[in-house]
Design a protein around this ligand. Structure first.
Ligand code: AMP
Ligand code: ZN
Length: 138
């Protein structure tokens, strides 16, 4: 289903023009309006899902393949040395557009770090408890 008031539904379904780098029956891949690097692409399903945690299995199984295909094209077209594939779920995780999408970002040796986090030491007992807590909910 698509939502009339959702900008990514409208872009993915071609109601709003975009710089499309790839399209198939289920997805449109467009250049990000505010790119982290030249060529930064968004893989957007044509069907509306709020995020990956609310998407159906078929879309989830396809979206990463499409992202990899775009990444491959990007490496050849832009001579990228590496590719970040990033996906945010929920405002707390940095999601600003509530329609599932995957970022594909070309990276170059020595460029500024983009996708990073602060690493902390871990306690083995606590790790064990956390793993068990999550495992019990899956
Ligand atoms: P996220 O923060 O993961 O939800 O990513 C949303 C991305 O969509 C951001 O990188 C925005 O720059 C991008 N964006 C928002 N509106 C548009 C638009 N109309 N066309 C292309 N990209 C957009
Ligand atoms: Zn939508």
């Amino acid at each position: 289903m698509k939502k009339d008031d959702c900008i990514f539904c409208r872009i993915a379904n071609g109601e709003i023009p975009s710089n499309t780098v790839y399209e198939d029956e289920d997805f449109r891949c467009i250049l990000d309006l505010s790119p982290a690097a030249k060529g930064h692409t968004l893989v957007i399903p044509k069907e509306h899902f709020q995020d990956a945690l609310n998407a159906d299995d078929e879309v989830l199984s396809k979206i990463f393949k499409v992202a990899a295909k775009v990444g491959e094209g990007m490496k050849k077209a832009l001579n990228a040395d590496g590719i970040n594939i990033v996906q945010n779920n929920g405002e707390a995780a940095g999601q600003t557009v509530p329609h599932l999408h995957v970022h594909v970002i070309p990276r170059y040796n020595g460029d500024e770090k983009m996708v990073t986090w602060t690493q902390h030491e871990s306690d083995s007992e606590e790790q064990k408890r956390i793993a068990e807590k999550i495992a019990a909910m899956i």
